[in-house]
Ligand binder design. Structure first.
Ligand SMILES: [Zn+2]
Length: 572
């Protein structure tokens, strides 16, 4: 039964909202019987499967670096699980072919199969670390002295170290200062903080926070004749290029490069450059700040430090690249699509639990909830679990380009203003091709901000969504979903939809330990996921998909001339 939500209760709720928000009529039709079925299936711990799913993705499949054997294993498991739950069309959908033959920037797959590192002199101690992605290992068990080599241009390195680095493990930065945990590393949004996200600095009906609109600037161009070691690029969305200093270290016979992270407390972050060529690069290892610092302090006292390591990394040529898809067919509007998604890939220092097995498990669970609860879905609800997100939101962008519309090339020249695609209302400038499916697309919801409970939605500068989402959040106020932020939040896969004018949204989530302990770190394991938050997130995602699937109209597109971009957050 579909019950419109009107009346005295609405007035009470409206009056209770902060004074800065406009009163509005409740016009969305909310089928509370179905919402309650969804809650029963998702929130009741004995019905929920979300932590089981999380354990398979993390403990069983392991880290899911894009292009690795593990991510394929995880994808195959997900396809089988989704099929077993009764979803249709579950498959690993290959990325479209790359016209350049470069496998969309993934010339090789990579996995770390063995890691041992220890100091053997002047004192023996084990070293905790993880090889940087796509770097080569050692040739079996090797020993070498540690050296501090902090110069950062190829020219300085050549002048100072030619002929002096054979067999060395080099430390490329001074040891970091590690601050104490003066504030608790885990946090949830307070009511005041959530209110501030809706305050006049981040209004729904005004100008976004100008201070947040622009961040940083372009790095200064290097002086002529200077080759900075950081000129190589591998983490971003563009073409990856090798680090120009790698080849020098390789030619000098360096054993490997050590790095660390200032957060300390045994935590380090990991990354990697997919353009790293084993023929021209050496082993690279991220280690804890405490081990890194001890080595550096011994070296500063002119005490030689001998390290021993045995690292086995395996490359696979031209690995299969894919997104995981599955769906539940709709009824009378089956040709219209609502999508749930998140990125399936991770980094590899742990099992990528909060980034982003948490989002993948929540969205898989949302699909299970929709199927198992038996609620009617007028539109088709489709799951998309993306790979290559960590290398620049690649999988979802390729999917959107293949199915819906071609986004403008990032960093490239905008397409001609007379592009025929722009004659459709809601298509942003620079979009060069729009398929019939674009007009049938209702909404995309993404989870990729860790394990933390959903507290609201970033509107992605789409003010027209505010009154709709306010009403959709009503059934979830009691579990903490209360606020909207008009801002544009960046760094994850909803941007692929947003870029071509499709309504794509990321939820506002509590940080918990995301920025302080888990994001891209060696602690990003199952233990860091919060079961109750996970159940809430899966349930809310299921309900939002249900509401989007059954609304009479598709969700409104944002105006082509959007608000300034401030107010959100970025980086996943
Ligand atoms: Zn990430």
């Amino acid at each position: 039964m579909r019950k419109p939500f009107y009346g005295a209760l609405a007035v009470t709720f409206a009056a209770a909202l902060t004074a800065s928000l406009p009163l509005r009529a409740f016009t969305e039709s909310i089928d509370y019987d179905s919402i309650n079925k969804i809650k029963q299936q998702g929130l009741v711990a004995s019905n929920s499967k979300v932590m089981d799913t999380l354990s398979y993705l993390t403990d069983v499949a392991g880290p899911r670096l894009t292009g690795s054997p593990n991510i394929e294993k995880a994808g195959q498991w997900a396809v089988k699980q989704l099929s077993d739950w009764g979803l249709t069309g579950a498959a690993l959908e290959p990325w479209p072919a790359d016209a350049t033959g470069g496998n969309n920037g993934f010339p090789r797959g990579w996995s770390n199969d063995k890691f041992y590192m220890a100091a053997v002199a002047p004192d023996a101690f084990p070293i905790v670390g993880t090889p940087t992605a796509w770097t080569p290992g050692t040739t079996g068990l090797v020993r070498g002295n540690a050296m501090m080599v902090t110069e950062n241009t190829l020219e300085e390195l050549k002048a100072k170290y030619t002929g002096k680095l054979k067999g060395a493990w080099i430390l490329r930065t001074p040891p970091p200062d590690v601050a104490a945990y003066w504030t608790a590393p885990a946090k949830r949004y307070t009511r005041e903080e959530l209110d501030a996200m809706e305050s006049p600095a981040y209004p729904e009906f005004g100008v976004a926070n100008p201070a947040a609109a622009g961040r940083g600037g372009a790095p200064a161009a290097p002086a002529p004749g200077v080759t900075p070691c950081n000129a190589g690029r591998g983490g971003g969305g563009g073409a990856a290029t090798p680090n120009p200093c790698d080849a020098f270290f390789k030619a000098e016979g360096v054993a490997g490069v050590l790095s660390t992270a200032p957060r300390g407390h045994g935590i380090y972050t990991i990354g990697g450059n997919r353009a790293t060529d084993p023929a021209t690069s050496v082993a690279q290892v991220a280690i804890t700040a405490e081990h890194y610092g001890r080595i550096a302090r011994l070296l500063a006292k002119n005490l030689p430090v001998t390290l021993e390591a045995d690292i086995k990394n395996t490359y696979t040529a031209n690995p299969p690249m894919f997104n995981v898809v599955a769906e539940i067919k709709g009824t009378d509007k089956a040709d219209e699509i609502v999508m749930l998604g998140g990125h399936f890939d991770s980094w590899h220092a742990s099992t990528g639990a909060t980034d982003n097995a948490a989002g993948s498990a929540a969205m898989m669970e949302a699909m299970r909830i929709l199927k198992q609860s038996g609620v009617t879905l007028r539109r088709t609800v489709r799951l998309g679990l993306w790979t290559g997100e960590e290398q620049g939101i690649i999988g979802s962008r390729l999917y959107v380009n293949a199915h819906f519309a071609t986004a403008p090339a990032r960093g490239g020249a905008p397409a001609a203003a007379s592009s025929p695609a722009q004659t459709l209302p809601g298509v942003p400038a620079g979009v060069t091709m729009v398929t019939p499916a674009w007009s049938k697309f209702a909404a995309y919801f993404n989870i990729d901000n860790g394990t933390g409970a959903i507290r609201g939605v970033y509107l992605q500068q789409n003010q027209a969504m505010a009154p709709i989402f306010r009403e959709w959040m009503e059934p979830f106020k009691s579990i903490g979903m209360t606020h909207l932020n008009v801002g544009n939040t960046g760094g994850t896969d909803h941007l692929s939809f947003d870029a071509v004018g499709l309504p794509g949204f990321q939820f506002i989530q509590d940080a918990v330990e995301y920025g302080t302990m888990t994001h891209h770190t060696n602690l990003d394991s199952y233990e860091r996921a919060q079961p109750e938050d996970m159940r809430r997130n899966a349930t809310i995602a299921a309900a939002f998909a249900f509401l989007a699937a059954n609304r009479d109209e598709k969700l409104p597109h944002k105006p082509v001339t959007a608000l300034p971009a401030g107010g959100g957050r970025g980086g996943n």
